[in-house]
Every structure is written in structure tokens, then in C-alpha cells.
Ligand binder design. Structure first.
Ligand code: SAM
Length: 352
């Protein structure tokens, strides 16, 4: 029965909610293998053996929000706060360009220092220096006007994980001041403004059920994001969720394969969180259908401070080492990290 569902998904890129749930609940080694082989074949048809690379610059760990899972939440008084100056961000981008990065991801907490004026200025300057590069922002929830302005300044893409497609589950992961409705509104506005948009969720977040994940998959099927970031939840010692177990590698890889089949051309990263729960996590992610890696370009001095969860990897190495290390890891499994912007490719009848 599950084999039938996998074949149906590979052909039609769509299942009902209860079929998605059944795909999760009834999975076993055999079905995972079949799913993976379809996902890898699909990815190969579109992207060959290319793996896209993004230079991640963690520009601030100062955040007004208090997400219950996150190590840089406002209430964490043990977190040593920092923010990069625009000059520091430019030098990360300069170094990244030299190393072959053609996409920069500026990610951070919701830090009021990065007003439209300041963040817009940073985007403009990077675009002026490197017009052949794409800029992705991942700076949380902002107003429509703010997103519109940043887009005018040259931002190409925006990552904002939806975190969970179930409003009740969302309310258990976030403080009252945050709303699922607003997150969805932000995603819709980003889309309307012409960004390439990334959504996503944590696998194994507290209280998550197969039914929730089925809703996440249906949301991805309907929203058709250009990018989708999924990685395991990993507890952070200074958060209310410190005693909850981390998400599983096996389920994360399984879902990477499912998402590849739901939306064949989607840009799908093998995340740092996946590499944190397993030494070969990122390789296993790529071998399940992912096609993006995001090495760290942040200055080494701040990397440990951007600790969203415990034991985050790659916090001690220079950017060049990170880039080199990931290229070698990919080569060892038969893939090639390529130097290009890495936009989502057109594929068949898929819109976007
Ligand atoms: N502030 C921006 C936002 O909210 O989109 C960007 C930074 S936020 C820290 C980036 C992502 O980290 C979140 O969307 C969340 O899914 C992930 N994250 C936070 N805490 C995590 C944890 N404990 N384990 C795994 N991922 C986590």
C-alpha cells in the first residue's frame, strides 16, 4: 500500500492529507529506500550532480522574539549578544565572493538595529559590489512595506520557515505575542512582492505529530515555495524545551525525499542541524534528495554565539575551511559544489 502511495506521489506530486499521514506512520526501511531512489532520480533529472552553495552570514543574535525552542530567544540571559557592523558584513561577503559564493544569506534575530534603512543599505552595497550574486534575507517577520523596500534595494529571496502548518501546534512553540496567521501573511506578502520564498519546519519539534507533518507537506504542496528548509529540532540547554528529545535523522531524510517528490525543482538544503545530529548528516541529506548546502561565512569570533541549539557544528573553522570541507564531503559522495547563483530551475508544468 505504501509503495502505491510513493508511486502516486512521484507521478502526481500530490497526496491527500490522510495519505501523507499514512506515508509517515507506515514507513519502513523498504519504503524509505524506494522513496529515496525516486527522489534522487528526480533531483538528478533537474540538477544533475550539482550541489548549490550559499554563504551564510549570521548578522545578529539579538532578537525581540521568545520562541520556546530557540537558543537566541529574548529570555535567554546566558546568551552573549552580538551584532555585526555593516563593514563586518561586507568583509564576510568579500571573502565569500573570493571563495566562489554567488549567494549570500543574511540571517539573524529580529533586531531593531537592522531597520529598513540599515538593512536596505547593506543589501544595496553588497549588490553594488557583486551584481552577479543573489541575496537571501532571513530576518524574520517584518511589515509588507519593509519587505517591499528591501526587495527594491535588491534582495532576491527570503527564508521564513512557517515552523508548523497547524495553528494550535504553532501556539505551543511560540509565545502569545506571535501568531501563525501573521507568519502566513508574511509568506504570502513575500510571494506577492516577487521574492523567491523559502518556508520550512523543524522535524521532531515538541508536540509534533504525524498529522502535523502531513499538514506541513500539504502546505508545501499548495504554496510551492522556491526553497524549503527542514532540519531536526535540537534542544538548547537554556530554553523551556531543553529536556525534549532531538528530531531523528531518519525521519528528516525521509521527509527530504517526500518534499523533493512533492515539488521536484525546489531548492532543498541539507542543513547544519542535520550535520549536528549525525557526522554524515549533510551527506545523507543530499543522498535523500537535498541539493543545497550552506557553509558558514560568519566571522569565527561570533559563530559560537549564534547558538540556536546545543553542539552546533562548524563554529570553529575559517570560512575557507568550511567551504573546502563541504566541497570534499560532496565530492566523496559523487556530487559537485558549483559556483553560481543557484536559482530554482524551471521544470515541466510546475509554476513559479
Ligand atoms: N529570526 C529569523 C526567523 O525567525 O526566521 C531567522 C533566524 S531563526 C533562529 C532560523 C530558524 O532556526 C528558525 O526558523 C527555526 O526553525 C530554526 N531553529 C531555531 N531553534 C532551533 C532548534 N532548537 N533546533 C533546530 N532548529 C532551530
Amino acid at each position: 500500500m505504501i509503495e502505491g502511495l510513493i508511486r502516486k506521489l512521484a507521478e502526481s506530486h500530490s497526496l491527500t492529507l490522510s495519505e501523507y499521514e499514512s506515508l509517515i506512520v507506515n514507513r519502513d526501511e523498504g519504503s524509505a529506500k524506494l522513496l529515496r531512489s525516486f527522489a534522487v532520480k528526480t533531483r538528478r533529472e533537474i540538477y544533475g550532480n550539482d550541489v548549490y552553495v550559499r554563504g551564510l552570514i549570521e548578522i545578529s543574535n539579538i532578537c525581540r522574539n521568545d520562541c520556546l525552542y530557540c537558543g537566541i530567544r529574548r529570555s535567554n540571559t546566558n546568551c552573549e549578544r552580538y551584532r555585526l557592523t555593516p563593514e563586518e558584513i561586507f568583509s564576510c561577503a568579500d571573502e565569500g565572493y573570493e571563495l566562489g559564493f554567488r549567494t549570500f544569506v543574511l540571517q539573524g534575530g529580529e533586531d531593531s538595529f537592522f531597520s529598513d534603512e540599515v538593512l536596505g543599505g547593506v543589501v544595496r552595497e553588497i549588490k553594488a559590489r557583486y551584481p552577479d550574486c543573489a541575496i537571501t534575507l532571513s530576518m524574520g517577520e517584518r511589515s509588507r512595506e519593509s519587505y517591499a523596500y528591501l526587495r527594491e534595494c535588491g534582495a532576491d529571496r527570503y527564508l521564513l520557515r512557517h515552523e508548523t502548518a497547524d495553528p494550535e501546534h504553532y501556539s505551543r512553540l511560540h509565545p502569545e505575542a506571535m501568531s501563525w496567521q501573521n507568519r502566513m501573511k508574511c509568506l504570502r506578502e513575500l510571494r506577492e512582492l516577487g521574492y523567491a520564498v523559502g518556508c520550512g519546519f523543524m522535524v521532531g519539534s515538541p508536540f509534533q505529530t504525524a498529522e502535523h507533518i502531513a499538514k506541513d507537506l500539504k502546505f508545501i504542496e499548495e504554496f510551492h515555495p522556491e526553497m524549503c528548509g527542514i532540519g531536526p529540532f535540537i534542544p538548547h540547554k537554556d530554553t523551556p524545551f531543553k529536556d525534549y528529545p532531538a528530531g531523528k535523522l531518519e525521519l528528516t531524510c525521509y521527509l527530504l525525499s517526500v518534499i523533493r517528490l512533492i515539488h521536484p525543482p525546489v531548492l532543498l538544503p541539507a542543513t547544519t542541524a542535520l550535520g549536528t545530529i549525525d557526522p554524515l548528516g549533510r551527506e545523507k541529506g543530499i543522498m535523500s534528495g537535498a541539493n543545497v548546502v550552506m557553509p558558514n561565512l560568519s566571522p569565527v569570533g561570533v559563530r559560537k554565539k549564534y547558538e540556536l541549539y546545543d553542539n552546533k557544528i562548524c563554529t570553529g573553522e575559517e570560512s575557507a575551511q568550511c567551504r573546502e570541507c563541504l566541497s570534499n564531503r560532496m565530492r566523496q559522495i559523487g556530487y559537485e559544489v558549483v559556483t553560481c547563483r543557484g536559482d530554482m530551475k524551471n521544470y515541466g508544468g510546475v509554476r513559479n
